[in-house]
Every structure is written in structure tokens, then in C-alpha cells.
Write a protein that binds this ligand. Structure first.
Ligand code: AMP
Ligand code: MG
Length: 411
């Protein structure tokens, strides 16, 4: 048998992505669009602010009248009206006059400057200006925030609270966003019991379904969890058939070379088009990827850490491409970090080590020895907000710089 060269993670990522298409858009209420990718340009529908208005509580004046004011020799002005926010002044501010104006209220005609209330003194119906300000001070100009017709948010932008505020300001209560794909998740194995079933001898708890569902949710998909499929070709087939209406199918287990690893043969019999199997990475080598009924199917490894790593390297970019992210936005963000302990990759596959990242004196640091590594070591995922990536034969000492991928919040 010819030993096939295994695909590198980058090759496998490209091959996976070649088979992913954006899945479409939907209109959602504004608040539901948070963290989603907008699928239309958002335009300013009017100039904002809509009118020149006061930036301060104070007095609208003619600068000419007050420019020489000092505390000892204030300019004394006649107060002609009050202009609260939300109403329009009825009077023109003439020479020697002023209108009291609140923050946000329209500047009355005749006035060209606002003097802060702190720089004035009220004497009966007269206002003493103690301190002049610059000409046109404390006036927010019409249109200085947004101009009618201007593209404020480009299609394809991820919407955060700032974007939602702007969309609200242009009076949009619904917005078009890219649809979140569904990811149907199934775990296979005769050894598995569900989390609320008694743990019989020889059995282990199915933790992968929950962790993959959480990953799917966290990375932009809506998870649908199916019951455990035992290592039985008929049962596996039934389970996969029930998943075909979703956008993605993720299974864990049963894709290695074991006697009871049936996933590949079942999919083959169902007419799936095999795209790739096995990637030169550790953990996560036995990845299987195929298209069944036009649905991308990821056969993730069974080992809990392997399935998480494969998800992050391959499923996450696929979810993001299907959700409309641009090519540069598909992969995990990367950085350089200073190792806090040594590590050695003595194998011939790229290694992905769970890491805790933090900043110390402004420098990003990585710790990989807080728990034992190992593809079955669920607890190595605890608090892991990064992945240290080591090339084959690469060893690093404490203090060395390494490439890291960022998978969680770094504080
Ligand atoms: P497999 O790829 O099916 O040979 O599984 C590899 C290893 O992962 C075995 O030790 C399995 O018991 C374990 N495993 C498989 N599926 C799960 C799961 N859903 N939750 C936890 N561990 C699993
Ligand atoms: Mg198995």
C-alpha cells in the first residue's frame, strides 16, 4: 500500500473551505442583530445632528456682544426666552440679548455662540457673561456626525453595540443579517452514556456533544443535538439521515482505523462524496470531511480534545464562511507570546497545545503546563484561551517566543 502524504492543516483548511457557500440572509429585529454580520449597507437617512444645537447648558449669544467680558467687567444681556431640549426658540437673539438654552436644544436665530452656564451669573432678568468663549463655541453642527446618504456601516460588518446604536439612529428597527447556520451534532460509540444516565462499568460520559454544541454556539452556529448513535451501521445511518436537513453535520468518534469505526463506510454507502481524511496535526489527526446531500459533514475525532481542536481549525472557518465572513476573517486570530514553560514537539505533525494566555507588563504570555496535555485530557481545556502552535521538531524553552492562536478572552 502506498503511504499517502498527510495533508497539512493549511491544505486541509483550504480544501474544506472550497466546498462551503454562504447560506443566505434573513431580516431580524434590531436587538437580535447583535454580533451578527450585517448583509446590507446601512446609510444615513438624514443629516445628524438634524440641526445646529447646543453642546452645553448655557446661554445663546452674539459673540460680538460678549467677547470682551471679564469677571470684573461682565457683559450684561437681556434674557428673552428659555429653550429646553426638544423645543424651538421663538425669538431672535438681537444685539444685547440672550436665550437660555439647554444641551441638545436648537440654536436660536441671531445667536452664533453658546456660553456655558458656569461662566455666567443671573441677575433678575439679566445675564452677566463673566468669561467669553471662542466664536461659535459649544455648538454642535448639523450633519457633523453623519451626512444623509453616507454609508455608515458596510455590508459584511459584524454588529456590536456601537453599530446597533447607529442603526437605531437611522430609524431601522429591522436589519438584514447573514443567517446563522445550524450545526447538527451527533456522537457515536457503544461506550457512551448521556450526561444524565447512570455510568455503568466500561462506559464513559458523552461530553463531546455538549462541548461541540457549546463551541458551535460560541462560534456562530445554532447547535442541534442528537442522541448517541451506537457503533452499529444501521443506527448510525438512521441518525445521519435525521441530520440531513441542517447546514452542517458534526459527528465525533468512529472515524479512526478501529474495528468499529463505521462513520466513513456508512457515509460512503449513503453516497457521500469524500473530500479528505486525516490531517498532519496533533491532536486531531483522524478528521474526515465529506459532502452528503450537499451538506458539509465533519467526522471529528472521538477524543475530546481532538474534536475541539479540529472544530476550531476546520469547522469554525467553515461556519464563518457560510455566515458571510470575508476570507481574511475566517481563521483564529494569532499572536506571538512568551512561553512560561518549555515544550517540545518531537513528532512529525504540527502540535496544538492548550494554553492559558495572559498579559504581564504589556507582554502576552503563554502557560501550557497548568494541567497535563493529552488528547483525552478534558481538563486541559479548562481556562484555555489560547493554543500554542509548535511545528514538527520545534522545541521551545521558557522565555522563548511562540505562535499562538487566540480562542478566548485574554485579560
Ligand atoms: P473513537 O474515535 O470513536 O475511537 O474514540 C476515540 C476516543 O474518544 C475513545 O477513547 C472514546 O471513548 C472517546 N470518545 C468518543 N466519543 C466521545 C464522546 N462523545 N465523549 C467523550 N469521549 C468520547
Ligand atoms: Mg468510537
Amino acid at each position: 500500500m502506498i503511504k499517502q502524504k498527510m495533508l497539512t492543516p493549511e491544505e486541509a483548511q483550504q480544501i474544506v473551505l472550497e466546498h462551503i457557500r454562504p447560506i443566505g440572509i434573513e431580516r431580524v429585529p434590531l436587538l437580535d442583530s447583535l454580533d451578527r454580520l450585517v448583509a446590507e449597507d446601512i446609510l444615513a437617512t438624514y443629516d445628524n445632528p438634524p440641526f445646529d444645537n447646543s453642546a452645553m447648558d448655557g446661554f445663546a449669544v452674539r459673540h460680538q456682544d460678549v467677547k470682551t467680558s471679564t469677571p470684573d467687567s461682565p457683559s450684561s444681556l437681556e434674557m428673552v426666552e428659555d429653550i429646553p431640549a426638544g423645543s424651538i426658540g421663538q425669538k431672535t437673539v438681537g444685539p444685547g440679548q440672550t436665550s437660555r438654552i439647554m444641551t441638545g436644544a436648537p440654536i436660536p436665530s441671531g445667536a452664533d455662540t453658546v456660553i456655558r452656564v458656569e461662566d455666567t451669573r443671573t441677575e433678575d432678568n439679566r445675564i452677566d457673561i463673566l468669561e467669553p468663549d471662542d466664536f461659535a463655541a459649544n455648538i454642535r453642527r448639523s450633519g457633523e456626525d453623519m451626512k444623509q446618504g453616507e454609508v455608515l456601516i458596510e455590508s459584511g460588518t459584524e454588529l456590536g453595540p456601537g453599530e446597533l446604536g447607529v442603526i437605531a439612529a437611522v430609524q431601522r428597527s429591522f436589519v438584514s443579517v447573514h443567517r446563522r447556520p445550524t450545526a447538527t451534532i451527533l456522537s457515536t460509540g457503544d461506550e457512551l452514556v448521556e450526561i444524565d444516565e447512570p455510568l455503568q462499568p466500561g462506559k464513559i460520559v458523552n461530553s463531546n456533544t455538549a462541548s461541540l454544541a457549546a463551541l458551535a454556539s460560541a462560534h456562530g452556529a445554532n447547535p442541534v443535538m442528537l442522541p448517541i448513535a451506537p457503533d452499529d451501521e444501521g443506527k448510525i445511518r438512521q441518525t445521519i439521515e435525521s441530520a440531513l436537513s441542517g447546514d452542517f453535520i458534526l459527528s465525533s468518534g468512529g472515524v479512526s482505523v478501529g474495528e468499529f469505526d463505521f462513520i466513513k463506510s456508512v457515509l460512503n454507502n449513503m453516497g457521500a462524496k469524500e473530500i479528505l481524511w486525516r490531517v498532519a496535526m496533533k491532536p486531531g489527526k483522524p478528521l474526515y470531511y465529506c459532502i452528503i446531500n450537499e451538506t458539509p459533514y465533519f467526522g471529528l475525532p472521538g477524543n475530546p480534545v481532538s474534536s475541539v481542536m479540529s472544530f476550531l481549525q476546520f469547522v469554525r472557518p467553515a461556519i464563518r464562511k457560510a455566515s458571510g465572513y470575508r476570507p481574511k476573517e475566517l481563521f483564529l486570530p494569532t499572536a506571538t507570546a512568551c512561553m512560561e514553560n518549555g515544550e517540545e514537539n518531537d513528532g512529525d505533525r504540527r502540535q496544538y497545545l492548550r494554553a492559558r494566555l495572559h498579559y504581564k507588563n504589556g507582554q502576552l504570555r503563554a502557560q501550557t503546563r497548568y494541567r497535563a496535555q493529552g488528547s483525552h485530557m478534558l481538563t486541559s481545556m479548562l481556562g484555555a484561551n489560547g493554543i500554542v502552535v509548535l511545528d514538527p521538531e520545534q522545541s521551545v524553552a521558557s522565555g522563548d517566543l511562540v505562535n499562538v492562536q487566540i480562542i478566548g478572552k485574554v485579560l
